[in-house]
Design a protein around this ligand. Sequence first.
Ligand code: NI
Length: 426
Amino acid sequence: MAATFRNVVVWDASRSAAELCDVSIENGMVKAVSQAEGEVKNGDFDGKGKTALIPGFVNAHGHAAMSLLRGLGEELPLMDWLEKRIWPVEARLDGDLVRAGTDLAILEMLASGTTCFADMYFFMDRVAEASLDAGIRCGLSRGIIYDGSDGKLNENLTLAKDFNGEKGLVNIQLGPHAPYTVPFDYMKKVAGSAAENGLGVQLHWLETESEWQLLDLPRDLTPEKYLEESGLLEVSNLLLAHCVWTDPERAEFYARSNVTVAHNPKSNLKLGSGVAPVPEMLAMKVRLAIGTDGAASNNRLDMWDEMRFAALLQKGVRRDPTLMAAKDVLAMATYGGAQGLGFKNCGHIREGCNADMILIDLDRPHYMGWDFESLPWYIVYAGSSEDILMTVVAGKTLYERGEFKTLDEEAVKARALEARKRLTAA
Ligand code: NI
């Protein structure tokens, strides 16, 4: 499919300011980006200089089907929440329920401008199918909580064999859940397997204050040594979700081309986990991304919310309004996440990049006064998901002005409600 977007205000993380451009796409890729000529042909989209076109958001950490668990076990400490409310319900999940929850999450993500999402969960073949049917890009892993067998690792490897690279939309990573659910020796095995199979890894990393102390590890095995000695640093892409309890003085350690830190400010706040040292990591040029985490600990899958929290949280806690510039936050929410999930050719609006993009209506009251320099500030501090006009993945329009092109919204909601009833029935 070919399309041309005329007179649109283009911003991406590689530009110092937004620009008025014409953007043409063909075969799922950006074919050309040029200065707007003002002319509009039949069939072109005309942004009239009042529509922003930016890379789609990449939700770099989450558990999509947890959309079915929203509201369960509110306001409990992380371990109580997991052990008493979440894990017992998750034990009842099956492939159909995961599919229903994933479809529901995809509705929410597309409507709020997310074009790519990370997922670590179970029945991931059904998540891959849901994503392919919807046409959304994703980085998927089978969550591995060690149970004494290789069953989950093998499932993850089968997932990779069946879906890695499918339609250019799906990247598979291995998903060892966290150091507290995967023993160190097994983590080494997972890391070795990822390296051997050319796969990335996503895992939860230093989310809560006490988790590291609870591990039965030699005293001198610091988190950084753990990463080195486990082999995790050898994999093609390592996506570390949270990093809340990273020593800010060790931030430099994480500045590696194959490491991405996924910051989840709202989930960290809601579960009382703490505030990640993101300003230090940003200063050290660590590659950063933003995620929502699952809907049961957020409770929205809305990257606009997440960007605003990421920006405001540090300013308030550190009492320093100069921290977390809006353009850096927007770069984290777009380019950073795409790189972290191994989509090298995503996250910018440039010739030859995948056409993953969103159109934002700047003709709304809260945008009056924007200019090419200040656009990131308007988007991060004033914008919201209600401003999304269109969500495009690989050149295909998946959502436009309240309508889903590849999903039947009412049917998805009805199936999700039914699934929720089955899941939570006593
Ligand atoms: Ni998580």
